[in-house]
Design a protein. Structure first.
Length: 199
């Protein structure tokens, strides 16, 4: 146990394994047996990565992701911690994924890439209008999948975490939304997946 009463990272990872069914496997064929073997070898960072891979292909609980997030925090793996916290949020609120293309510097004004780890909170035009018929923009953080950063003119799949989830419920695959960081559009995104909560 740690001094503040929280289980240590290694205990949390063992507890997370126990929350998975015995036949759980990752897309690449990793099994619970593989995870338990690496626990015995005390390959803790590998165990954490394996558990994330398994959870990527099967629904898991908020408690599972919270255990991984706290383990990652204790292991000083900040990006992994934020990813696990993001996934815990998705369990309770649903998942929105989109293909995002950032406009070039000459179109959007953005000169640099941004970190894709869920800290950017741009505004989005998702089709809402005010009573006067003007754009009514909505806030959503974004996480860039499979890349640490995204820059002007680049395209990547992203996950969105809306501030007001209920405002986004109408979206479906194929819908196009527009990202704003300033008064000028900064990116165009096409929705590729909308999943409901599975808490």
């Amino acid at each position: 146990m740690t001094t503040n009463g929280t289980d240590d990272a290694f205990t949390l990872l063992r507890q997370a394994v126990d929350l998975l069914p015995g036949n759980a496997t990752a897309e690449n064929g990793l099994t619970i047996a593989d995870v338990r073997r690496d626990i015995e070898l005390q390959e803790w960072e590998t165990v954490l990565d394996m558990l994330i891979e398994i959870a990527d292909v099967r629904p898991v609980s908020t408690a599972f992701w919270e255990k991984l997030a706290e383990a990652a925090r204790q292991m000083m793996l900040d990006r992994t911690r934020r990813w696990c916290q993001w996934r815990a949020w998705e369990v309770g609120h649903g998942t929105i994924r989109a293909g995002l293309t950032l406009l070039g510097t000459e179109e959007s004004g953005r000169r640099n890439a941004f970190d894709g780890d869920g800290r950017l909170r741009p505004l989005w035009d998702i089709g809402h209008r005010t009573a006067a018929g003007e754009q009514d923009l909505n806030v959503a953080r974004l996480w860039v999948e499979f890349a640490p950063r995204l820059g002007p003119g680049e395209t990547a799949d992203v996950r969105l975490e809306p501030l007001q989830v209920e405002q986004w419920r109408h979206l479906k695959p194929g819908d196009v939304i527009v990202m704003y960081e300033t008064r000028t559009a900064g990116g165009i995104a096409e929705i590729i997946e909308v999943l409901p909560p599975h808490a």
